[in-house]
Every structure is written in C-alpha cells, then in structure tokens.
Design a protein around this ligand. Structure first.
Ligand code: NPW
Ligand code: K
Length: 487
C-alpha cells in the first residue's frame, strides 16, 4: 500500500482489472461501498447530500447514495448536468438510484449535516469556474462534515495543485493506492484524514504498473540499513568529515551530533583554526582538524563521507572545496551554503557530481540552483535529480526525495514542529552519518527524512533542533529490534 500511483497509472490498473474479468460497474460498486463503509464508521445517521459530477466520480456518488439510503439515512442527491448525459458505469449506477436527482446547487448544502463530494476525481484537468466554483465556496463555508471521494474536488491528483478552487474535506477516501496529490501540498491540506481502500485491484496489477514513487516508510529502505555486526569495528561504521564554518559553528555542531547519533563510527569536524576550540569543546567524541590539513585528510580514503554547507559560508572557497570533494566520488551531502555558492553556475556543480551525492535544498535554495525547473515538487525533484545525477531532497512539510533513476518518495509525516532553526542541519547530519555507514544514497535520504519526521511527531510542541539527535537512539532501537525479529 506504499506505492503512489499517478492518475494515468490508476486508469491503467482499472482498465487491466476490468480486462481481467472484474466488470467496471462492479469496480464502481466496490468503490462506492468502501466510501459508504468509511462514512458509517465515522458518522452516525444524519442528513446527507451527495454531490455528483458528470463523470465516474459522480457515478461513485450514485452508489454511495443508494447504500446510505438503504441503511436508513436521509439522502439527497444532486447532479451536475442531466442523467441522460451520463455514460458507462456512471449511467448504469444512476439507473439503479430510484430517488430524486436534483440539480447540483448550493441548495443541497443547506440543511445537510454531511456532504459527499463526488464532483470531480481523477478526470479533473482544467480550472473550475462559474456555478461549481460557487458551490465549492458554499461547501467550504458550511458547518457540515465533508467526505471527498477519491480526491477533494479541485485537487489535481498528480500534483496536489488546486484548479482554481477546491473542496476542503474532513475525510478523503481513495481507491487502491494514493496519488501524489494526496501527499503534496496544497492537496494534502485539503484531504483531511486519508483512507486508502481496496476495491478489488490486485497487487500484481499494481506491480505491473512499475510504480517508482512511494510514501516514505521503513518498508522502502529497512533492508538497506547497515547494522553493526558483533565483530564490528568503528572503522567499519565510517568516518565522516563535517566541514564547519569559522563563525556559524552551531550548524556543524548539529550536523556532527546528528551524524554520530545515527551511528557513524568516527566524526571529524574540519574548520578554520579559529573555530576549532569551539568544535573541540562541543562534545568529547568529536574529533577536529584544521582546514589546512584538508589534502592529507582527503588522501586518507577511510574518510569515506562528507557533509558540507550548513554554516560554512558562501563564495569561491566553498565552491572549490565542494568541487574537490565531489572529484573524490565518495558519499557527499551538500546543503545550504554549499548549494547557494553555485547559484551563479549550477552547471559546474551538476557536471562535477559523479559519485553518491545528496543535495538537500529547501525551496529557496532549489530555485536558486534550478531556476528553470518548474512544476510540482515531485516533478521538480525528479528533474533536478536526473539533471544533476544526485539524489535531490526538497525539504518542507511534504519533503520529496528523488533519485536520478526516477525513484521518488514523499514524506507523509505530520511534524510541523520540525520547522525550526537547525532542523535542516540535523537532517544533513543524519544522511551523512547513514551514508558513511554504507547506506545507498536514496535509501539513506529516505531513512533520514523518516527518522527526522518521527522525532518531530514524537517530541512535538517545544521541539528544538538539539532534541532530534537525542531522540534517534530510541527510534533506531525500534528499527533494530524489528530487523532482528524478521531475521
Ligand atoms: N480508476 C479507478 O480505479 C476507479 C475510478 N473510479 C472513479 O472514477 C473517477 C474518474 O472518473 P472520470 O475519469 O470519469 O473523471 P471525473 O473526475 O469523474 O471527471 C470527469 C468529468 O468532469 C468533467 N470536468 C473535468 N474538469 C472539469 C471542470 N473544471 N469543469 C467542469 N467539468 C469538468 C469532464 O468533462 P470533459 O472534460 O469531458 O468535458 C468529465 O465529464 C475516479 O476519480 C474515481 O472516483 C471508480 O469508480 C472505480 C475505480
Ligand atoms: K471528489
């Protein structure tokens, strides 16, 4: 259930399922039935208006109306357009509804305690205007609870963008698998609670779609974790070099703390000599080295991973050090100043990326590096990953991680507490720490985002960035115990 399918992939899965022998009207019946089940699970009987559009999303509405009425609910149904214009399975289920079919209008909203939004689903592909836009405004300002079928009407299933206006739902029931728009902002904010329900499309049919986008979950990457063996040695767990700024020392201290809590064997902060006492006194387990020794440090291939950017400073020195690191093709995380330093010359950066590299921009850093790449976050992350050859992680409430080969994961975490100073530095440190331990770049990025988000939800209000590394051992322990059970 962790795969995320585009609307086209869902249509194709639908088509193949029907081809495989499950009739389309049965599939629609199943769809309506799971929405009905979710409704009666969430609400006691009350007056409900089912708002149907002209396509199959509206067809689902006829099934839901019938099942609710058969269960004794008081149901009104409104349709956009004429019943005679309905086609296929929607027409078939409309014929099975023997109640009144009203004109779709705000009058249906008045007096209803529950609204079922079946206006548009996967077939929405243009701006909503006129009467339907007005109806959506009425829905959103009413006191009634709202259930959206498949996606909140107005939300683009692929991008999460809103076509002019969109229904704000309390519950969205979607079928088979989620779509990107359920997790990407602003779509996610419109969905309310999301229920993903089976309607009879097999897992095999889904795998035939070759999905390459997932909700970020341990299932994706837990097999790629490098847990230390009993005979392990600290050098088996990697030696990360974290490059620290001369004045903004807090950022790299957070990177270091997070990397060490993620399990890295050794960590050295490399910086201007002026800041070394600060770094050295931060934590006894940190090692430090002056930037003047960088050549000899890099000649030692036991230093197998680098994090550079947080608090490091902008400019030529940063640029040339980043290029020197990338030339070595070791695991490298570039964040903050290491990214912005290439704002005037992003192609040099992309050209230099040959080894396992993770870029962790926030939206501002992303648009400075890839100003010509537009679209939703998933599309942009994938395009930037393909162009640069790096794993690209665009931070935010809907963090997207994309690998150069097109694989992508979207974070579905609910952790607004992470929007605080230093939180991104911690994330870069965790990724660097996991890569130093040998984890593949996409897996390490996904795992770091998950650990970070889990810390955010666990700690909650009052969270400061310093709390996150301290929270990691408990979560890692859970993952470790789970891995032993499986083994
Ligand atoms: N796939 C599955 O597994 C299953 C899918 N199922 C269900 O099917 C749904 C998809 O159905 P769908 O393809 O008929 O599209 P849908 O969203 O109903 O809208 C199309 C209609 O809206 C119209 N229209 C569009 N935009 C408009 C606008 N801005 N303003 C005005 N009109 C606009 C458009 O008009 P047209 O563009 O043709 O002029 C067309 O008439 C899916 O979401 C799910 O609920 C389940 O039943 C079974 C399993
Ligand atoms: K809908």
């Amino acid at each position: 259930m962790f795969e995320i399918l585009t609307t086209d992939q869902m249509y194709e899965a639908d088509r193949r399922t029907i081809e495989g022998g499950l009739a389309g009207d049965v599939l629609m019946d199943n769809a309506g039935r799971v929405v009905f089940e979710e409704i009666i699970r969430h609400w006691s009987p009350r007056s409900v208006s089912v708002l149907c559009g002209p396509g199959n999303n509206g067809g689902d509405g006829f099934v839901i109306a019938r099942l609710l009425r058969d269960a004794g609910w008081s149901v009104r149904l409104g349709l956009m357009g004429d019943v005679v214009s309905l086609k296929g399975d929607a027409a078939l289920h409309a014929a099975r509804w023997d109640g009144a079919v009203e004109r779709l209008s705000p009058a249906l909203v008045v007096g209803a305690d529950l609204l079922v939004d079946c206006i548009f689903g996967a077939g929405l592909a243009r701006e909503i205007t006129g009467e339907i836009a007005e109806l959506i405004t009425t829905i959103n300002s009413s006191m009634a609870s709202v259930v959206s079928v498949d996606v909140p009407s107005g939300v683009d299933g692929n991008s999460g963008a809103i076509w002019g206006c969109g229904v704000k739902a309390d519950l969205t029931v979607t079928f088979c698998r989620a779509k990107p728009g359920h997790y990407l902002l602003p779509g996610r904010l419109m969905c309310g609670e999301l229920a993903i329900r089976d309607i009879g499309i097999s897992d095999q049919t889904i795998s035939e779609m070759r999905p390459n986008c997932w909700r970020n979950d341990p299932v994706l990457w837990r097999a790629g974790i490098h847990w230390p063996g009993l005979d392990g040695h600290k050098y088996h767990r990697g030696h990360l070099l974290a490059f620290g700024g001369a004045s903004m020392t807090g950022a790299t201290r957070l990177v270091a703390r997070a990397a060490r809590r993620s399990g890295v064997g050794l960590l050295t902060i490399v910086s201007d000599p002026v800041a070394l006492p600060v770094y050295a006194s931060d934590t006894p387990g940190n090692m430090t080295a002056p930037i003047g020794q960088v050549e000899s440090l890099l000649n030692d291939c036991r230093h197998n991973a680098f994090v550079i950017g947080p608090g490091y400073g902008l400019g030529d020195d940063t640029r040339s050090l980043v290029l020197k690191l990338l030339h070595l093709c070791r695991s490298t995380v570039l964040d903050a100043d290491a990214l912005t330093s290439f704002a005037d010359d992003p192609s040099t950066l992309c050209f230099a990326i040959q080894g396992p590299t993770v870029l962790t921009p926030h939206e501002g850093e992303f648009s400075r590096l890839f100003p010509d790449i537009t679209g939703d976050k998933l599309t942009r992350a994938r395009a930037a990953a393909k162009r640069s050859g790096a794993t690209v992680l665009i931070k935010g409430a809907d963090t997207v991680i994309a690998a150069p080969d097109g694989r992508a994961a979207i974070s579905a975490a609910d952790a607004p507490w992470l929007a605080t100073a230093g939180s991104g530095d911690v994330l870069a440190g965790i990724i660097g720490g996991l890569m130093a331990q040998g984890m593949e770049m996409f897996d390490a990025s996904c795992m770091a985002v998950w650990l970070h988000a889990r810390s955010g939800t666990d700690i909650g209000p009052g969270l400061i960035a310093e709390d996150i590394p301290e929270h990691l051992p408990g979560i890692l322990r859970e993952l470790w115990l789970a891995s032993r059970k499986k083994g």
